[in-house]
Ligand binder design. Structure first.
Ligand SMILES: C[S@@+](CC[C@H](N)C(=O)[O-])C[C@H]1O[C@@H](n2cnc3c(N)ncnc32)[C@H](O)[C@@H]1O
Length: 178
């Protein structure tokens, strides 16, 4: 892959995210958790949403510093300290390619009533295709369904082989908080 193709891939939002993004209320607030370069949050910014980008490494976000709709939060989510945004809720919470089970309930708690959770990350079976292979970073079948439980209405869920942009076994959910 050329450098340009690589950076385009990094900047291209997840198809799962773009599929469900229209379900978030216009101008609703978004949390892009463990955002990396912020490809998913940037998709919402482009449609006028206020987006909070959170990651322990925010060096890929300098171009957003002056954007009035962007908030950048630098935080390590795996220290055992209270969830950094525990007093806040968002109309959309997006998590892709990140799993730290200790904060799954905080992630659900960060979704406002009527708001949307969009979560997509690697699942059991991905070992055959590449990293991650460590079960700590692979969702078990049904795990996101169990996580949202009866507190959310599920709009979409699957666990299986995703062929593009690269073959991987992923689990993903889009669910509205009751
Ligand atoms: C594979 S990248 C995914 C980035 C983005 N969500 C995406 O799909 O393009 C995982 C991200 O999780 C962040 N991350 C890893 N451990 C973290 C931690 N302890 N606290 C906060 N962010 C963390 C990394 O810095 C990285 O940006």
């Amino acid at each position: 892959m050329t450098e340009n193709a690589t950076s385009t891939a990094i900047r291209t939002p997840s198809r799962w995210v773009t599929r469900f993004a229209p379900q978030v209320a216009p101008r609703g607030t978004i949390l892009d958790l463990a955002c990396g370069g912020g490809r998913n949050g940037r998709h919402f910014l482009a449609s006028g949403h206020a987006v909070t980008f959170l990651d322990k490494d925010i060096k890929a976000l300098p171009d957003l510093e002056e954007n009035p709709l962007a908030e950048i939060v630098c935080a390590d989510l795996e220290t055992g300290a209270p969830f950094p945004l525990q007093d806040r809720q968002f109309d959309g919470v997006v998590v892709t390619n990140y799993l730290w089970r200790d904060i799954l309930s905080d992630i659900c708690g960060a979704v406002a009533p009527g708001g949307l959770l969009i979560y997509e990350t690697f699942g059991t079976g991905n070992e055959a295709y590449g990293r991650p292979r460590n079960p700590d970073f692979l969702l078990k079948p049904g795990e996101l369904l169990e996580t949202v439980g009866t507190a959310f209405d599920v709009l979409g869920y699957d666990h299986g082989l995703r062929r593009a942009p690269s073959p991987a076994v992923v689990q993903r959910i889009a669910a509205v908080k009751r």
